[in-house]
Design a protein around this ligand. Structure first.
Ligand code: FAD
Length: 509
């Protein structure tokens, strides 16, 4: 049992608090003390945040709750950033409803439900997605009002180290000054050289969320999470989808190889074709069909794929264009990420960076954790994000979710490990629901039984991974989980049984 080894968080926090943080005196700080000319032009806020995405808006609300005077500047016209407007939320709305449609078409008869003529109304499907987006973005605006956060609609750029000029969306300019500044400008889709995005035929995920008709065929360049989610949506709606992936596995390098293979098998069964270890050389959009030239990643035979639509989903890159970073001497690294220390500070310590535009996984919940931590550093001098316990979820059906290290990583680290797994085909709830694809896989340290990684492919994996995340956060052993009562009949019993099979044996398999 590991529980005794876990340092209570409150104790850790107060220990940290006692270590006074280094006081950095910069030329700009001296200048601010001697001459604060901007203060006459603009009221100085405790915190100015550039970007109203998940990182920015969460930081704004948290800071206001901590009693800071906050301004958040967002140029999009709505709050919530990529996640709420063109990312997590609209993609999940389409995934949910396309799954429902697909299930009604293909998976009701054996359940005793006979459905008549099923029709798809794509415009309504999109409208229902838009309703979810509007409701949530307006909800954030409401939270800003409730918490007294000043919201400026406009594009921000640095005028000086403490002053930000805003080109207002409604026209005109405004200058805002901040004692502290957080940059949370997010990311954008990485372009593919030679494939010019028009969001109609050559699309990014943004175009894939808003197609006006169902294409006959789609090639997805990149078999990572976004490509597979959007590929699933259109495949379920009737498009012939082919995924071209440079690596030898789908889901990106973070996904456990065994899980990735299982996911590929299920998605293939659902009608998606895969070309792995294959690179795209270029495309020709001059004809009715787009012609995409591909060849084996290591070189070899070339092939041309035809498609009505090509989705470029090769990843995302930090977005800092137009911020005027050069004016204040801030640099990005070779991948465009703003460089920060462990407290999110740039080399100008009053300017911090969080979310997609800096290091770490580009995930909304990671951005959210950083937002709270960055504000706590400003206000209290300590903060907390455990980068070893950030879950990832792919919302296909079945879902794939994981947290901690995958088997390839544990093997490479040289640590002796054990694996416990449990298939949903032996789980009573999955059987009841006629939804038995997948398994739970738990990796533990063979000597201490501490859980190193949790990998799930199966129904509800995205919800179930919370238990794995908590286990890793608390330093739990597989025995801790195996000896915890899980309600019956639930899918989460598969989690308990996988844990039991690590240190002892599963009962039902
Ligand atoms: C299709 C898709 C699906 C996704 N699904 C998931 C998911 O299921 N789960 C998950 O965790 N993550 C998901 N993500 C990733 C997630 O959306 C991002 O990790 C998250 O949005 C990052 O938040 P952020 O605040 O750092 O950046 P963003 O959300 O990109 O927000 C940055 C904001 O800053 C604004 N901005 C930029 N420059 C300026 C400026 N100069 N002045 C004013 N405003 C500016 C932008 O307009 C933008 O609104 C998905 C992404 C995509 C594209």
């Amino acid at each position: 049992m590991f529980r005794s080894l876990v340092v209570p968080r409150a104790a850790a926090r107060s220990a940290f608090k006692q270590n006074s943080l280094p006081k950095v005196v910069t030329p700009s700080a001296i200048a601010r003390l001697s001459k604060r000319s901007y203060a006459t032009e603009a009221e100085e806020k405790d915190l100015v945040i550039i970007g109203g995405g998940v990182a920015g808006y969460v930081a704004a609300i948290k800071a206001a709750q901590e009693g800071l005077k906050v301004t958040c500047i967002e140029k999009r016209g709505t709050l919530g950033g990529t996640c709420l407007n063109v990312g997590c939320i609209p993609s999940k709305a389409l995934l949910n409803n396309s799954h429902l449609y697909h299930q009604i078409l293909h998976d009701t008869k054996n359940r005793g439900i006979e459905v008549g003529d099923v029709k798809l109304n794509l415009a309504q499907l999109m409208k229902s997605k838009d309703t979810a987006v509007t409701g949530l973005t307006k909800g954030v605006e409401f939270l800003f009002k409730k918490n007294n956060v000043e919201y400026i609609k406009g594009e921000a750029s640095f005028a000086s180290e403490h002053e930000i000029q805003v080109n207002l969306n409604e026209g005109g300019e405004r200058t805002v000054a901040g004692k502290n500044i957080i940059i949370a400008t997010g990311s954008e889709a990485t372009p593919f050289p030679g494939l010019e995005v028009d969001e109609k035929r050559i699309i990014t995920s943004t175009g894939a969320l808003a197609l006006e008709k169902i294409p006959e065929s789609m090639v997805v360049v990149g078999g990572g999470i976004i490509g597979l989610e959007m590929g699933s949506v259109w495949s379920r709606l009737g498009t012939k989808v082919t995924v071209v992936e440079f690596l030898g596995q789908i889901g990106g390098p973070g996904m456990d190889t065994e899980v990735s293979k299982a996911a590929q098998k299920v998605l293939k069964k659902q009608g998606i074709d895969f070309k792995l270890s294959t690179k795209v050389l270029g495309g020709d959009t001059s004809g009715d069909k787009i012609k995409l030239d591909v060849e084996a990643a290591k070189g070899g035979k070339k092939e041309t794929l035809d498609a009505d639509v090509v989705l470029v989903a090769i990843g995302r890159r930090p977005y800092t264009a137009g911020l005027g970073l050069e004016k204040i001497g801030l640099d990005t690294d070779e991948r465009g990420r703003l460089v920060i220390d462990s407290e999110y500070r740039t080399k100008l310590p009053h300017i911090r960076v969080i979310g997609d535009c800096t290091f770490g996984p580009m995930l909304a919940h990671k951005a959210e954790e950083e937002a709270v931590a960055a504000v706590e550093y400003i206000k209290k001098g300590y903060g907390h994000v455990n980068y070893g316990a950030i879950p990832s979820v792919m919302y296909t059906h079945p879902e794939v979710a994981w947290v901690g290290q995958n088997e390839q990583e544990v093997k490479a680290s040289g640590v002796k490990y054990k694996i416990g797994s449990f298939p949903f085909s032996a789980n009573s709830r999955a059987k009841t629901n006629l939804d038995t694809e997948g398994f739970v896989k738990i990796i533990t340290d063979a000597e201490t039984d501490r859980i190193l990684g949790v990998h799930i492919i199966g129904p509800g994996a995205g919800e179930m991974i919370a238990e794995g995340t908590l286990a890793i956060e608390y330093g739990a052993s597989s025995e801790d989980i195996g000896r915890t009562s899980h309600a019956h009949p639930t899918l989460s019993e598969a989690f308990k049984e996988a844990a039991m099979s690590c240190y002892s044996s599963a009962i039902h398999f």
